[in-house]
Write a protein of this length. Sequence first.
Length: 426
Amino acid sequence: MNNKIAPSRWYRLIPIAFITYSLAYLDRANFGFAVAGEMAKDLQITAATSSLLGSLFFLGYFFFQIPGAHYAANKSAKKLIFWSLILWGVLAMATGLVSNITLLIIIRFMLGVVESAVMPSMLILLSRWFTKKERSRANTFLILGNPVTILWMSIVSGYLINAAGWRWMFIWEGLPAIIWAFFWWRLVTDKPSNATWLTNEEIHSLESALQKEQQNIKPVKNYAAAFKSKVVVLLCLQYALWSIGVYGFVIWIPSIIKAAPQMSIIKTGWLSSLPYAFAIIAMITASYFSDKTLNRKIFVWPFLLLASLAFYGSYLVGTNNFWLSFLLLVIAGMMMYAPYGPFFAIITEALPANVTAGAIALINSFGALGSFAGSYLVGYLKGTTGNFGASYIFMSGSLLLSAFITVVAVKPQSIIQKRELSKTVV
């Protein structure tokens, strides 16, 4: 690990980023446990409505990515994330108090809105603190908040629902975001130049290294020019297809497991955590070797291809052998998560700083659309067919296309070719 420049960045910033992003994932994944518990019965939620509610978060998430990312890049990521933490904590707790579906629909959509800028804002923040040789690992430690949170949340949520019901699960799992917001405000600074815990020499070395990296990237005039870039367009489509698999899996894995014979909510929680335990190992390994070789592409598409094959294998096994089917789902989950660090390093290394925020937000927006489609259609297909077989085929096909697009979109060493950028030079 390259700690020669300001090594304190790793233990001062990465744990804070990790915890913050972890809290965001509570609200995305615990809804699936509430549905697998008694929420659907208590509120008389049909299968179709359940699919809509599970996916509405991502619709709100889609619409406000770019404005939020633009504010974070030009104003303050610190301030934006502070208010997002408070608002999503309040909305998450409010989910436990609802008594009608209309209010639940509004809350789920608003949760997506207030969390929409967190991911691009965090990536922008880290790109100001970590160099190219460190960025895949820094991104991975951030995004590890996803599988780590779902791992422990799967277990804790099962116990909470069993002991106190789904309402108290939402309340107890919404409160930490509000408390953490004040720690975030005190501990984080937007730029190295504002950090009192760095020496002047460390600040100068870090900022010089980051500026030197930008000199090797051709300038792009504005967001509109960046959005027309072939690689940005392809990565939008790639990430949307990838997200279909991820969130079709995340939202519905509790229901998939709970459908097995003699499966309690507590056992469902423990089994649901296993894919994320292995995903953590895969993410750290992939990001380490991606930074070591500075090859991003080879640490993205093969994992997506393996995830596609695992979903297809689970479809072929069907319900005849639960444990073999479950093992293949564990492999699928692990492989879908492994490429996140290298993937987001591609974007920050491909474009100059003046348009990175918009590109990240646009790509993440399409990821939100894919997440919406995945979480809705996986549930819809299950409700229509009576089992998850068609859902596995849908997720497998989406990931296969995502892997193919990665091969086409990402060029080694030069992600956006000079001839493409020359059209948009200032």
